[in-house]
Structures are given as structure tokens and as C-alpha cells.
Design a protein around this ligand. Structure first.
Ligand SMILES: O=C([O-])CC(=O)C(=O)O
Ligand SMILES: [Mg+2]
Length: 572
């Protein structure tokens, strides 16, 4: 291998991470400049040819998990190529990198593990968290997705196996919102697990200890938030898949630039879907009756954002709140049910049931006569044939949202929703389903997944340098998403934009989040105040990572030089 001449400085990062520069699309001049000449096979390939090989290799993998591992390896071998492939095949690759296959990957994480890919911070690191963060090899971190693995999708407590989720979400941050991959930090907290099977599994990669108490978790998270903001001031923090996320959200949301994806991100996306569904049915909000099955943090978070919308549409908060009925494992949540309700359930608990109690969903549907049914219960089949048939008898266009993830936990499939409502359902699910042919018409499912907003919210917070992420900024993301759905999509019966337009959608969401931050005086980036929408969009785009523009040369400026003018002869 040629030694590096003194005249060509190679950054320490580049030395450590040479792999990202080994790209068969690099022209010979680039290969010579970055000293990868000879390390690559001679043919200089087009991006299209590279993609063709990757898709062929991917197709040769027979199981979803093999496809997942293939894509992880590709990302580590050549991140720009990986992101080019993702951008060009978004709707095909997302179900592998993200829900549902990422769920399977998390379940098997200890078996399929090959490399860390993120940072693990343990209970035993308390008192020393900032120093552990400083071990992260990349100098700049703009955003982190952090989980403690205690409620991974609808799969329960998976401990450190939950690391697949921050990795998957951050892949989408880069793919959808163009945050540079090296500026993202997947973060998994090992605060113990109550998953007995994992604790007994010799291959399990986490500490052999039970989950710490709520008070201990609070102490740990307080130190973590200070440490993150000390090591990377202004870092945006996305909380993900915590079993009990409300306390942390309440504690930090006015103090740091952070949000909870499961409460606020999912809430915003579902609200956008509901806004579009109500436009389709034409029924006013005052006539809506929403039954939620599953009264965990996500369900309550989603409903509270819909309450906000109903209030903006003219109801009082009390009138809006009373449009919701929640069902948990014990039945309809009422004040006189005889059990002690968890604090987050009290807001929606009913007091108008005249002593009647309803144990199952069918009884609740008969009693409430809902216009919409939303599932965040992780109970596959909870929206059974009878329930769906009843919804179709009650409504011309019943709104059916089985939102639990992954698909194996969804309350019903798209096919079931179509068949049992005779094609009348207005449908959105959390995980993807295939289109379904019904009565000679191909019907398209909508996927109400938080991926529609979290990348734009995170990018908006980064670019506006928001001091914190307000509920109004989250609400703005929901309205932006509903407006981003175009006429063709609406005519096709869709509630959300096509996934293949996700980059454009993320720009729109980001712009509206920035504008709301500006309106509330939460922004610190003064140079973009007062810009028109078009100028702001162009400014946002100019800051987004584009894997097609990466030359493999360290700094973008040098890359520009290579593209713009011939590289100096002396370097060749
Ligand atoms: O990851 C997803 O697909 C959506 C989500 O946040 C969850 O289900 O927890
Ligand atoms: Mg989640």
C-alpha cells in the first residue's frame, strides 16, 4: 500500500474509518487522492450498476432476517451506497430496516450480533456517563435516539436487544431527513431487564440484572441528559420505546431539545390521518366517537393530540375529551370500575356509564356506537370479524386504525378490515400491509407510522437550534403532514403521502416545525427568520445529506473541488 505523502493530510477519522471511502463508483482521480487506489477492483462503476449488484445480492437472501443482516453489513461497508440504495428503494427496503423486520432482529439481537453500531450505557456507568459518551469515536453528534429496551414495539421488554430500534430510526433520519449518518448516535441504556428468558440466555449481551426501579431510572436519566448536553451541547434527543415514558417527557420537554416518538411522534401521525379521514367522511368532530383499545402511553398520547385538534375545531376541552372511550385489559375504563387507575388513564376515564361495566370490545362497540376504532393494544385479532362487521353496520365509512407494531401484533390486517367491512373501512396501520384486491379493485392500505414525522421534527429542531421542542411544534408537524398528502393520494383512498415521497414530506414537516419554533421564540438560528416557505425549503434542502453527492473525499469542500475542477496533477 502506498504510504501517505506529507502533502495530503488524512484526518484521524478517515484513518480509523477507511471503509466508507472504498466505493467502486469513485473515479480514478478520487481513488488516488484518498489513497484507495488499488484497494478497489479497477472498474469504475456507475451508481446504477452498484445498486443492481446490491439488489441482486439482497434478492438471493431467503429470509427477512438474512436481508436485514445483509443491509447492516452493506451500511457498515459503504454507508453512501447503502443510503443511495435506500433512497431509491424506500418502500421496499423500509420494511426490512424498520418495522416489521427490525422487530424480529431485536428479538434475535443476541444471536445475530456482529458489531456494536451504537453506544451502550449501563446502570453501572452512573457517575461516569459523560466519560462513556466521550468514547464515541465521531466528534459531532446532532441527534440521538435513546431506548432502554423496556417496551420494544409491541414485543415487550427486550433489554439491550432493543438496540435495533435506535439504529433503524436513525437510518431513517438520514434517509428521510438527510441528517448526516456520522452525526447520529444510536444509544441503548442497559438498566436491566425483566425478560427472564434473556437473563438465562448465555448469549444475551446485557447485564444480568432486573430492571432498576423508577426512582433509580430517574436518577440515571437526569445524569444522562446533563451528560449528553455537556458532551454535545444542543443535541436533539428522541426517546423511544420506554415502557413508562411520561415522567421523563414531563421532566425534560421544557428543559432540553427532546421529544418522545411513541407519544408525540405517533400522536402527530395519527392526528394527520384522522384529519384526512374526517375530510373523507365529511362528519364534523362533534359527532365523532372514538374507541381506543390499549390504554398505554402511546394510546393516551395519540388521543390527547386528537383532543387538541377537536378543540381547535371548536369544541371545549371537556366536550372533546368526552368523544373518547378507552378499553384496557379489564374492559372499558370507568371511574367506578373498582380498580385503581394508572395516573395517565384518569383523563379519559368515563363517568357517564351509570354503573354499567363493559368487559370486552364487542360490548363496548354496541354501547358506544363508535365512528372510529383505534388499536394500540398489541393484541393480534382484537378487531375481529364481529367487531369489524358491527363498525360497518354503524358507519358508511368506519375509521379503522389497527396501530400496534409489528404486523404480528396488529389488531387486524388490511385484508380483514376490507373483507369484514365490505370495503368500506378507512384504514391506517402502524406496520405496512400489501394492497388487497377486493371486488375487482386494488385497495391501498395507509401506514400511519411515526416515520412520517420524526425525521422532520428532529431536523427542524436541529436546524432552528430550538431550545426545546414544544407541543405546538409537534402539532405543527401533524398539520403539515395532513396537508402534504396530495390530491392523487387522497383520490386513491390514502390518508398519507406515498412513502417514496418521504424526503419531500420531511422537508415540509421540518419547515413547519421551524416556523412554529420561530413563532414561539424558541429558535436560536437567526439567519433564517422571516424567510418565505420556498426559500426556507431550499435552505433546508441545502443542509441535507445527499449520498449521491459524496465523493469519498474527507471534507465537502474538497469534494466540490474534485467535481468542479480537475484535481491537481501532482496528486495523481
Ligand atoms: O417503530 C415503529 O414502527 C413505530 C413505533 O415507534 C413503535 O411501534 O414503537
Ligand atoms: Mg417506538
Amino acid at each position: 500500500m502506498a504510504s501517505t505523502p506529507k502533502s495530503t493530510p488524512v484526518s484521524p477519522e478517515r484513518k480509523q474509518n477507511k471503509s466508507t471511502t472504498l466505493d467502486t463508483s469513485h473515479p480514478i482521480e478520487v481513488r488516488k487522492q484518498i489513497r484507495s487506489h488499488g484497494l478497489l477492483p479497477p472498474n469504475v462503476e456507475s451508481h446504477a450498476l452498484q445498486a443492481q449488484r446490491c439488489l441482486k445480492q439482497l434478492a438471493s437472501k431467503t429470509t427477512s432476517i438474512e436481508k436485514y443482516i445483509y443491509l447492516s453489513n452493506l451500511r457498515n461497508a459503504n454507508s453512501h451506497l447503502f443510503y443511495r440504495l435506500l433512497l431509491d428503494n424506500f418502500s421496499t427496503l423500509t420494511p426490512i430496516l424498520y418495522t416489521p423486520v427490525v422487530g424480529e432482529a431485536c428479538l434475535k439481537w443476541s444471536e445475530i450480533y456482529q458489531r456494536p453500531e451504537g453506544l451502550y450505557v449501563s446502570w453501572h456507568d452512573r457517575g461516569n456517563i459523560a466519560n462513556v459518551l466521550r468514547n464515541w469515536p465521531k466528534p459531532k453528534v446532532e441527534i440521538t435516539v435513546v431506548t432502554d429496551g423496556s417496551r420494544i414495539l409491541g414485543l415487550g421488554d427486550l433489554g439491550v436487544n432493543g438496540m435495533g430500534i435506535p439504529i433503524g430510526k436513525l437510518n431513517l433520519y438520514t434517509g428521510c431527513a438527510g441528517i448526516r449518518p456520522e452525526n447520529t448516535l444510536p444509544l441503548c441504556l442497559d438498566l436491566g431487564t425483566n425478560n427472564e428468558a434473556y437473563l438465562k440466555d448465555p448469549l444475551y449481551l446485557g447485564a444480568r440484572m432486573k430492571k432498576v426501579t423508577d426512582a433509580e431510572e430517574k436518577e440515571f436519566l437526569d445524569e444522562l441528559m446533563v451528560a449528553l448536553n455537556t458532551v454535545w451541547p444542543g443535541i436533539v434527543v428522541q426517546f423511544e420505546d420506554f415502557k413508562n415514558p411520561f415522567p421523563a417527557l414531563e421532566r425534560y420537554q421544557h428543559k432540553y431539545s427532546c421529544f418522545n416518538d411513541d407519544i408525540q411522534g405517533t400522536g402527530a401521525v395519527i392526528l394527520a390521518g384522522i384529519i384526512n379521514a374526517l375530510k373523507a367522511t365529511g362528519k364534523p368532530v362533534k359527532d365523532q366517537r372514538a374507541v381506543f383499545i390499549g390504554a398505554g402511553s402511546a394510546g393516551v398520547g395519540v388521543a390527547k393530540q386528537i383532543v387538541e385538534f377537536f378543540v381547535k375545531e371548536g369544541l371545549t376541552e371537556d366536550e372533546a375529551r368526552r368523544c373518547f372511550w378507552f378499553v384496557d385489559t379489564k374492559g372499558l375504563i370507568t371511574n367506578d370500575r373498582g380498580d385503581k387507575l394508572a395516573p395517565h388513564k384518569i383523563y379519559f376515564s368515563r363517568d357517564d356509564n351509570n354503573g354499567q361495566q363493559f368487559r370486552d370490545l364487542e360490548q363496548v362497540v354496541d354501547y358506544v356506537k363508535p365512528t372510529m376504532l383505534l388499536g394500540l393494544s398489541t393484541i393480534r385479532g382484537a378487531f375481529n370479524k364481529t367487531v369489524l362487521e358491527k363498525m360497518a353496520q354503524l358507519n358508511d365509512q368506519p375509521i379503522i386504525f389497527p396501530l400496534s407494531n409489528p404486523s404480528s401484533n396488529a389488531e387486524c390486517s388490511f385484508e380483514e378490515a376490507v373483507k369484514y367491512t365490505d370495503g368500506k373501512a378507512i384504514f391506517a396501520s402502524g406496520s405496512p400491509w400489501l394492497p388487497f384486491l377486493y371486488k375487482n379493485k386494488i385497495l391501498q392500505p395507509s401506514q400511519g407510522n411515526n416515520v412520517y414525522v420524526f425525521p422532520g421534527i428532529g431536523l427542524g429542531a436541529i436546524l432552528s437550534k430550538a431550545v426545546h421542542i414544544s407541543q405546538e411544534m409537534i402539532y405543527a408537524s401533524a398539520v403539515a403532514l395532513s396537508n402534504a398528502t396530495n390530491a392523487t393520494e387522497i383520490n386513491d383512498g390514502k390518508l398519507y403521502p406515498d412513502m417514496d415521497r418521504i424526503r419531500d414530506v420531511s422537508v415540509i414537516v421540518c419547515r413547519e416545525v421551524i416556523k412554529e419554533a420561530q413563532a414561539q421564540g424558541l429558535d436560536r438560528e437567526t439567519s433564517i427568520r422571516g424567510m418565505s416557505d420556498a426559500d426556507l425549503d431550499a435552505w433546508i434542502r441545502s443542509r441535507m445529506y445527499d449520498p449521491y453527492k459524496e465523493t469519498g473525499v474527507d471534507e465537502g469542500v474538497q469534494g466540490e473541488k474534485i467535481r468542479g475542477s480537475p484535481v491537481k496533477k501532482s496528486l495523481l
